[in-house]
Every structure is written in C-alpha cells, then in structure tokens.
Design a protein around this ligand. Structure first.
Ligand code: PMP
Length: 307
C-alpha cells in the first residue's frame, strides 16, 4: 500500500518531497512542536471522525506560543489543513496523523517563519487484551523548569528516546519515568494510570507529564460515566506501582495499553485486569462513535462542519 501524501505549507507532496533546509532551526535544534492524533472510520455513518481535534489544535497553538514561535495558524486554519490532507489522500480507514509546526529560520533564537506539515500514516491499532512489560527508567523526566513536558516539543522526545532505547536494551517494552522529585510521571508517549486498593489513580499535571487529551477523556467521562469509577489525581510513588492491581498507559497513539509487569513484578495477576479492559472497550467505543455520546468530541472530516 502506498504511503499517504504529506500536506506541507498548503500543498500535498510525496514523502520524499517534504524536506526542510539543513540549516533551519527545525533540523539543527529540533525547533518544532507537534500533535499526534487519530481519526477513526465509522462504517455506520460513512465518515472519518477526528477525535477531539479542537483540543489538539488548542494544544498545538499553546505549544507554539510557549516555545516562542510566531503563530500564523488559527484553529480554523489547522482544521482546514487536516481536512485537505485527509480528503486529498481519500482516507477512508483509521489513520494516525502528526501535525508538526516548525521554525524554518536559522539560529537558536529563530522564532519564524513557522511552517506546518501533516503526515498521515497507517498506524497499528493497539491489540486489545495484550499487555506490555515496563521498567522504571533510570533516566529522569525533564522538568517543567527545564524543557516543559506539559507541551509537545520535538526536542523533549530526546529524553524519551534515551529512556526507550535503554528499556529495549534491558529487555522491556516500555519505560516509565520518575520526575526530578522521584514521583511517578508518565511513559514516553503516554500517561499512566494504576488501580490500587480499589481506586483508579493517575499523577497530577504538576508531576512533569503532558496534559494528555486521552487522560482528560478518561477523567472527565470514560471512568466515571461508563466504568463507574472516579479518578484520583495525586502523586504516585514507585513502590505503589510494584504493588498495584492494574496499570495502563494511555494516549492518542497508545489508546489504552495495559501494563502487565513493572521491573518484572507482575502487576496484579500479571494478566490484563477488569478495570483496564472496561476502560479500553469504553474508550474505543467512544472514539469510533459506537458510543454516540459526546458528538462534540468526534469531528466529521468529510461532512462540512465548523469546528
Ligand atoms: N505523554 C507524552 C509525552 C506524549 O507524547 C503523549 C502523546 N501525545 C501523551 C502523554 C498522551 O497524550 P494524548 O492523550 O494527548 O495523546
């Protein structure tokens, strides 16, 4: 199957044609910010629904502002670009997209011109019911006062890259970061939840984690309204993970990924637990529109709508 074309600054181009100058801040210093999101095909409606697009666009704009980029794109501009790349590629299947805003000028203090590309790709869906092995990384999560992890800057992911490569070398699927204060933070591209003593818990956003849209969806809706559990947002200690009954990673890309061992301690029984399973099913039903509540979170990308 051929790769999708990339939308770059208003044009659909082949992957090989989507190039940046080597002296741009984007290439040299990783001066970019990005979003990763999914759109899900709904057979019943014959429609491709982008999940929480408005929230992803708001976060991309916030990331640009925070990293001192010029911000030439409104939410409407971003939505039009997403529609153009999906329609231009005639996407009628589940798809993952990276929206990347970058600084094309040269030098450490370049703030413009800001360019944008959108790279849609077929990304494997998470296999329901299959867990991953995790370790506590010896790499510490970068802190809000260093490179803020609250937003999605490409350079942040060098921290994640080191942790991820170390985890793989050591025989684990995924690393879990502690922050500079030794509290549990998150994974490299996903936030973390655990079930312990009957409570569903996740670190607060003051623990050097991304303000994840999936995390918010679970807290606001999936856990309380579908699964019947309120989420406790609090600090989490490393040893709580070793004695948790269930744990999972979540994110737009990771969806709900169960964690079945941490540093080789089995999480609970070592199998995917009932709360994780229930949240996973409820989340997937919601994003695809099988669960028809919250239509405002599923933006049709073919039907004409305003965001
Ligand atoms: N943390 C990090 C570091 C991430 O890169 C991601 C993926 N965007 C997440 C958490 C999950 O965020 P979201 O639910 O908004 O995709």
């Amino acid at each position: 199957m051929a790769d999708f074309k990339i939308w770059m600054n208003g044009r659909l181009v082949l992957q090989a044609e989507a190039v940046l100058p080597v002296n741009s801040a984007a290439v040299f210093y990783a001066t970019n910010v990005f979003e990763g999101l999914r759109a899900y095909w709904n057979e019943r409606d014959g429609e491709l629904y982008g999940f929480r697009l408005a929230d992803h666009f708001a976060r991309l704009r916030e990331s640009m502002k925070m990293m001192r980029f010029s911000v030439p794109y409104s939410v409407e501009d971003l939505f039009e670009a997403v529609r153009a790349v999906l329609a231009g590629n005639e996407v009628r299947e589940d798809v993952h997209m990276h929206l990347v805003a970058y600084v094309g000028g040269a030098g450490l203090d370049a703030t413009s011109p800001t360019g944008l590309y959108i790279n849609p790709r077929r990304r494997q869906r998470v296999v329901e019911g299959k867990g991953v092995s995790a370790c506590i990384s010896s790499w510490v999560r970068t802190s809000d006062n260093a490179i803020p992890i609250r937003l999605k800057c490409g350079a942040n992911y060098q921290n994640g890259r080191l942790a991820r490569l170390q985890a793989k070398v050591d025989g684990y699927d995924e690393p879990i970061f502690l922050n500079g204060r030794g509290r549990v933070a998150e994974g490299t591209g996903a936030t973390l939840f655990m079930v312990r003593k009957g409570r569903l818990c996740t670190p607060t956003t003051s623990n050097d984690i991304l303000e994840s849209i999936t995390r918010t969806t679970i807290i606001e809706d999936v856990a309380p309204n579908v699964v019947g559990m309120d989420v406790v947002e609090r600090e989490i200690d490393r040893t709580e993970l070793y004695t948790a009954d269930e744990a999972f990673l979540c994110g737009s890309g990771y969806e709900i990924t169960p964690v079945t061992s941490i540093d080789r301690f089995p999480v609970g029984t070592g199998e995917v637990g009932p709360v994780t399973r229930a949240i996973s099913t409820a989340y997937i039903n919601l994003v695809r529109g099988v669960d028809m509540r919250h239509p405002e979170w599923r933006t049709p990308t073919y039907k004409p709508v305003r965001l």
